[in-house]
Ligand binder design. Structure first.
Ligand SMILES: [Zn+2]
Ligand SMILES: [Zn+2]
Length: 303
């Protein structure tokens, strides 16, 4: 992902970047490079990413605990181990509870989490997260290597000073802020259009095809996070995206007519006696053959 540039530990020659202003990121992932049970690619990827960004991002990685786990800073990346040190099943279960607590209480500018059905983590409401829009930030690998000249991280002709408070910020940080404010502006427009439309959806992101485009799928996965059957914990990422009103009956491929359904529940929904509606985008009403009605709300709310 970052090309072939050789990683180096952060040095102190980047003072001109305004090192005081660092984005505080909390990354929640059970896997840890030192974990005897789970130390896979995800754990290594997270460490390598924040190690390279250490002079720009103040990262705290909250991982699961294990025998001999020690909190501390490794190559500029702070590690916190949450939950019990063992046995494995209890380590995972207690981790999920502790991680959810940390997400609610910790101080951060942005939170990132790796979803796993073994350790279900949910973004709390009212914290700096939620869906604004997809923000893609492309960072040239040269800018990530620690000896990169600052001119590489600021587009030519653009001032490096682009901080919301008028202060000098490093090029990458400025690029992130620019992308975020553009996304926020687009979200405001989309929200205004949705509010004015009947059914509170202006279908701005709708697709003419049956298969939802990747961008729409990502949006639904973040909004809904799990299968929309009440109490089903199957992650949305592994679920089908079900058209609430079937596509062949005029149902749109749009956020107001899609919701994740795991294989089992997708089949049940098509059986006689079950009725699923989506009166507002992200709000599902399920009526069982016995006539009971359940409502499921979004897990994350558009910011
Ligand atoms: Zn719509
Ligand atoms: Zn399900």
């Amino acid at each position: 992902m970052f090309g072939a540039s050789e990683p180096r530990p952060p040095d102190d020659s980047s003072q001109h970047d305004g090192a005081a202003l660092r984005l505080k990121v909390l990354h929640v992932i059970y896997d840890d490079p030192g974990n005897p049970w789970v130390a896979g690619g995800g754990a290594v990827r997270v460490f390598e990413l924040y190690r390279r960004l250490a002079d720009r991002v103040e990262a705290t990685v909250a991982t699961g605990s294990y025998p001999g786990a020690r909190d501390g800073v490794r190559n500029g990346v702070r590690y916190l181990h949450l939950g019990a040190r063992g046995p494995y099943a209890w380590s995972r279960a207690s981790y999920a509870a502790a991680a959810n607590r940390l997400l609610r209480k910790a101080d951060y500018d942005a939170a990132v989490f790796d979803f796993s059905s073994y350790t279900p983590i949910f973004m709390p409401r009212g914290r700096p997260s939620g869906i604004t829009d997809r923000v893609t930030v492309t960072i040239p690998s040269a800018a990530l290597s620690q000896n990169a000249d600052s001119s590489l991280s600021t587009p030519p002709g653009e001032p490096a000073s682009d901080g919301l408070d008028g202060s000098q910020v490093p090029g990458i940080h400025a690029a992130v802020l620019r992308a975020a404010s553009r996304a926020a502006a687009r979200t405001e427009q989309a929200k205004a259009a949705d509010a004015a439309a009947p059914g509170e959806c202006a279908h701005v992101g709708a697709s003419a095809s049956y298969r939802p485009p990747p961008r729409l799928r990502e949006f639904i996965e973040v909004r809904d996070q799990t299968c929309r059957q009440p109490r089903c914990r199957q992650p949305a990422r592994q679920a089908d995206l079900d058209h609430t009103i079937p596509f062949d009956q005029g149902g749109k491929t749009c956020a107001c007519n899609l919701g994740p359904a795991c294989r089992a529940h997708h089949q049940i929904k098509q059986e006689a006696g079950w009725k699923l509606t989506q009166p507002r985008a992200g709000y599902f009403e399920l009526t069982t053959p016995a006539g009971r009605t359940y409502t499921t709300e979004p897990d994350a709310y558009p910011a």
